[in-house]
Design a protein around this ligand. Structure first.
Ligand code: G6P
Length: 530
């Protein structure tokens, strides 16, 4: 039997369902009742744009803006075709969405997975947190599963569902409960998965619901091998019936063998290169050149996000100016900061601290010709791409990061053989770390020294490193990232189809069927060891 052509045919036939909180497009209602559509700039949208040429792609996401909500009401329950993707936006009740997004997903889960909590004080799991879990997080995950189940129910070909990220951890369990083993479910976790200890912060019921649900998948994608390994260890430690049987990447649970596999996400090489050449980017680039003058440029581009370690980046720059005063008047740090999750207190206070520190540094060091730090707050992808072409040093120093695509975009479009100063705790470190100057994000002194090293590096060495980085990024396009997952999902389904004696997964499916309304299986036991 020809396995390759089998899986190829299946691949063509398959119905692909993506589920994510943030959708691929946002909508703005116009006076005449029509809508302006804006395409998101994320890699996932681009990868799917290409995929949609060959497959039927259904995308389920939350209606986020007022425009999205109006678009969703106008469409009703039928998915609508937008740029080749059939899109269905879910309108959830506002308060439930707040609980799901601003209490559970960010901060609780996000902070656990990036290990940002200051445990003597936070988090405090209160009655409100429990309500947010039950009404918001569980409720909205269930809603996603209901909508997906309704849309794929009558499909007459293989269905593969890809729930994306930490906002939708409970979708696999609820979906398995509704559809049994008729669908392939393959979530992808975009953010770091820490080891078992970090998950202590979550109450047993929440932790069990998340792990159980994820283990109702067929396979789970992570950014790095370390994340996949940590997931396996977390399941072994916290679920009594989960075993890895000596394997580093597979969990056996209730008759189901679930593989945790690394698929490092990447960027759309063609699209990012083309953007770098657009007139708008060129205009912004010349404005930035005028503003920077002949100073060397240290660039950082981040969402305003505690895990990005923006404050310690400023402190490292201050340490550089103190220990190597020859850089004063010659180097500028430009931070392009994108507002994010401002309803969450931790994010608001983080922005205030950044602005205060930058203000202090400017007050202390500026003269009439030079201002050491420039911060631009806003979201302008063209400006980001323009700045990436110009940096001498790109600082990427997160305390934890699933991947960090800025490092890849920068390496691709930079025109100055700029040096990458890179945290050893960013997922991208495993791919680009060899050609970067690696730093511990907590070590301000060494980060300052790495900045100095980067600013004074001989031309040939810069060129050699930058060229290798560029080649690496060119060689791993985001389409490959998605197709690798799709092929693996379908290979699993075609081998199962060929082997009629392959047992179904009765006990797991039975357990999924017995899920309580809180997403916890009636017959699951947490690990007493934990
Ligand atoms: C990270 C997460 C995504 C999320 C994005 C933006 O990349 O992995 O799931 O969509 O941040 O965050 P936001 O809360 O604005 O959607």
């Amino acid at each position: 039997m020809d396995t390759a052509s089998d899986s190829h045919n299946l691949e063509r036939d398959a119905l692909i369902v993506i589920a994510s909180n943030r959708g691929p497009f946002s909508f703005k209602a116009k006076r005449d009742g029509s809508f302006d559509v804006q395409r998101g700039s994320g890699g996932l949208v681009t990868a799917l744009g290409a995929l949609a040429e060959r497959h039927e792609v259904l995308w389920v996401a939350s209606a986020l803006s007022a425009g999205d909500r109006r678009w969703a009401s106008a469409q009703g329950t039928q998915p609508q075709n937008v740029e080749g993707i059939r899109l269905r936006l879910i309108r959830s009740e506002r308060q439930r969405y707040e609980q799901y997004y601003n209490v559970i997903s960010n901060p609780l889960l996000w902070f656990i997975q990036h290990q940002l909590w200051d445990t003597p004080r936070n988090p405090s799991i209160t009655y409100e947190t429990w309500r947010a879990w039950r009404e918001g997080y569980v409720g909205i995950n269930k809603l996603f599963a209901d909508v997906i189940a309704e849309m794929v129910q009558g499909a007459d070909r293989p269905v593969v569902v890809f729930p994306q990220d930490y906002q939708l951890y409970l979708v696999p369990g609820f979906l398995r409960q509704r559809l049994g083993d008729r669908v392939k479910i393959q979530p992808f976790v975009h953010i770091p998965w820490p080891g078992p200890d970090a998950w202590r912060l979550l109450p047993v019921e929440m932790r069990t619901a998340i792990l159980f649900s994820l283990l109702m998948s067929d396979q789970i994608g992570f950014q790095t091998h370390k994340d996949a390994f940590n997931f396996v260890q977390t399941c072994r430690f916290h679920l009594a019936d989960a075993h890895s049987r000596g394997s580093r990447d597979t969990i056996h649970y209730m008759g189901r063998a679930v593989k945790a596999q690394a698929y490092p996400i990447s960027i759309d090489v063609e699209e990012v290169s083309a953007l770098a050449d657009e007139a708008q980017t060129r205009l912004l680039k010349s404005q930035l050149i005028n503003a920077t003058g002949d100073h060397q440029l240290i660039l950082r581009i981040d969402r305003i996000e505690p895990s990005k370690n923006i404050l310690r980046g400023l402190e490292a720059f201050r340490a550089l100016l103190e220990r190597h005063p020859e850089h004063r008047g010659r180097v500028q740090m430009l931070a392009l900061l994108v507002p994010s999750r401002m309803e969450v207190d931790e994010y608001q206070s983080y922005l205030r601290e950044i602005m205060a520190e930058a203000g202090l540094m400017n007050a202390e060091y500026s003269d009439e010709f030079w201002e050491p730090v420039r911060i631009i707050v806003g979201h302008n992808y063209h400006r980001a791409i323009a700045a990436m072409q110009l940096y001498d040093v790109l600082l990427v120093n997160p305390v934890a990061d699933g991947m960090n695509l800025v490092a890849k975009e920068g390496a691709l479009v930079n025109q100055k053989d700029g040096v990458l100063v890179l945290s050893e705790h960013a997922g991208v470190f495993y791919e680009l770390g060899d050609e970067a100057l690696s730093v511990s994000p907590f070590d301000i002194h060494s980060t300052a020294e790495a900045l100095h090293h980067a600013l004074t590096m001989p031309v040939e060495e810069r060129h050699r490193r930058a060229e290798t980085l560029r080649q690496k990024v060119r060689g791993a396009d985001v389409r490959r990232w998605f197709y690798a997952q799709l092929e693996d999902a379908l290979r699993a389904s075609s081998s199962q189809a060929r082997n009629a004696s392959t047992p179904d997964t009765p006990s797991a499916t039975r357990s999924a069927a017995s899920l309580t309304s809180e997403g916890v299986p009636a017959d699951s036991t947490p690990n007493p060891k934990a």
